[in-house]
Ligand binder design. Sequence first.
Ligand code: NAD
Length: 328
Amino acid sequence: MKRALVNGAGGFIGSHLVRRLRREGYWVRGVDVKHPEFSESTAQEFLVGDLRDPKVAEAAVDGIDDVYQLAADMGGAGYIFTGEHDACVMHNSATINLNTVEAGRNAGVKRFFYSSSACIYPERNQMDPDNPNCVEESAYPAAPDSEYGWEKLFSERLYMAYARNYGLEVHIARFHNIFGPQGTWRGGREKAPAAICRKVAEAPDGGEIEIWGDGRQTRSFLYIDECLEGVRRLMESKFQGPVNIGSEEMVTINQLAEMAMRIAGKQLRLRHIPGPLGVRGRNSDNRLIRKELGWAPTAPLEDGLRSTYEWVNLQVHTKDAAVAGTVK
Ligand code: NAD
């Protein structure tokens, strides 16, 4: 039985990845500073530990064939773009990656997956909301708009350097806004789809919800199942990347909110307020993934948003019911 390690297995993508690998027949060890928030991990072994500690990173890779490195100090725009967390984001995530790749090399791990981000792309190519350029080679000359993006770029290069100098097999994906059930939906680290689903679920019909900025900034959002399909296909390929794993269905934030309202069957007004925004426009460019893997995500955004809305709606109303004392 092949043995896989998922670093960040207590997080959103990591906990789903553990389930997927188990379904494929892997023996899985998960590592994280915390257990998954919304369901029990399905990993055969779950180490609660801090990967900034080299000893934890060493214990994590012991006896492992494939490493999936997803642990990072991250969050949505409310966490990354305010500047308040810059030093932590850079120090924590870089240390996790330095420890993981070095421990993996020493333990003889052969294959590594590293989760980079669309946040590495230069701001100058993402000023026009209708025509953002996120083709992989546009990453250089580098100019990410956040320290989170700079750390991701550094770590991409770290894994590629280990591949060059030590012969490791490395696969790097740049994720574009992954969303789905069992993701953070409140507390400041949630991303736009979960935040909008929560606001729509909480608002009374005919009420209003707040949107950061003018809502005309564009993004694409990829449902978790297709993200994992891309990760597994990339890992089984000969292609190192970095390659985008994202959707090409670009929408404005206002359109995303309207879609959520349609799903919920509610009419709400949008109130635009100042807030941390990130770039004006961003979309995945899937030409490279199509060429290299003969595959790219195709599922409509609305399908994924529907299952996400249903799940967030349940969280919101279970919470309300619990507060009201109707749910034990
Ligand atoms: P997440 O925050 O839900 O998961 C990351 C996990 O890493 C968390 O459970 C956290 O506790 C863990 N972690 C943080 N510091 C740790 C440490 N010192 N030791 C051990 N564990 C630690 O995030 P996610 O959305 O599941 O993202 C997974 C990866 O994908 C991250 O590397 C992220 O940067 C990348 N990514 C995600 C998206 C997205 O849209 N979700 C987009 C681009 C890139």
